[in-house]
Design a protein around this ligand. Structure first.
Ligand SMILES: [Fe+2]
Length: 248
């Protein structure tokens, strides 16, 4: 099995709705390492409407930085071949990219890739506008859990358009392993058959429910769509994103 990289997870202790504290963060790092994950980019939520002002964003970022240091110390001791990075998962809404606060959000490993999520009910029209706005700002949007947006799932052909614009599509590992029937399964099949999926990530939030596990999804993808595809979406692409290497 290849080295797995996870560019979307909420493991920093006590920062967002992910790991509750440092202890849970360490357990999650253990789970990830045992799963074969060797590169982790922490992506705490960044929702500007949750912050009172710029100072509260700075305080949030400081908390994330402090936890990041604790995680790096822990990994250095226990898992010297585990590489850790930091970014954010930015919740898109009108104005967020233009606001001065947007400069306080972190792109993946301080490169050009911006992990962005939308409200599930976003229209394709709004998503398209958001993607072009982010690109005009000079960033490359990585659309988080692309299987979550109702209209896109109903009209999967538009995924091609988003990719044509220059967006990358990320699917959650748990959706790959759990989607057994219905629209989501059909949507994932469509995306994989067309090679539209760029990245699989854990979106891990805890040690118990949404765990930092990707290997099960990698195995399933490998069986269904071939090992080259599994390697591309679980290893090569996410590592390229972390290293700010252009994929197209
Ligand atoms: Fe997330």
């Amino acid at each position: 099995m290849f080295e797995i990289a996870d560019i979307h997870c909420h493991m920093l202790g006590g920062v967002d709705d992910g790991a509750k504290n440092t202890d849970e963060m360490k357990i999650m790092l253990d789970i990830a390492y045992n799963d074969g994950i060797r590169h982790i980019c922490f992506t705490p939520h960044f929702k500007t409407y949750h912050f009172k002002d710029s100072d509260s964003i700075k305080a949030y970022n400081k908390l994330a930085d402090d936890q990041f240091e604790v995680a790096k110390e822990y990994a250095k001791e226990k898992y010297p071949d585990l590489h850790l990075y930091i970014g954010n998962e930015i919740m898109y809404h009108a104005g967020v990219i233009d606001s001065s606060d947007a400069n306080l959000c972190r792109r993946i490993n301080n490169g050009s890739y911006l992990l962005v999520e939308f409200q599930p009910e976003i229209t394709i029209f709004e998503m398209r506008n958001a993607v072009s706005k982010i690109l005009r700002k000079g960033f490359i949007p990585v659309i988080a859990h692309v299987e979550r947006y109702t209209e896109l799932v109903k009209k999967p052909n538009f995924a091609w358009e988003l990719k044509e614009y220059g967006a990358l599509l990320q699917v959650n590992a748990s959706t790959v392993t759990k989607a057994k029937f219905g629209k989501t399964k059909a949507f994932l099949n469509f995306l994989f058959k067309k090679s539209y999926v760029d990245v699989i990530a854990s979106d891990a939030h805890s040690k118990d429910v949404y765990k930092p596990i990707i290997s099960n999804a990698a195995e399933k993808i490998s069986k269904k769509y071939g090992e080259a595809t599994a390697k591309r979406v679980c290893c090569t692409n996410p590592i390229a994103i972390i290293n700010n290497v252009k994929l197209f």
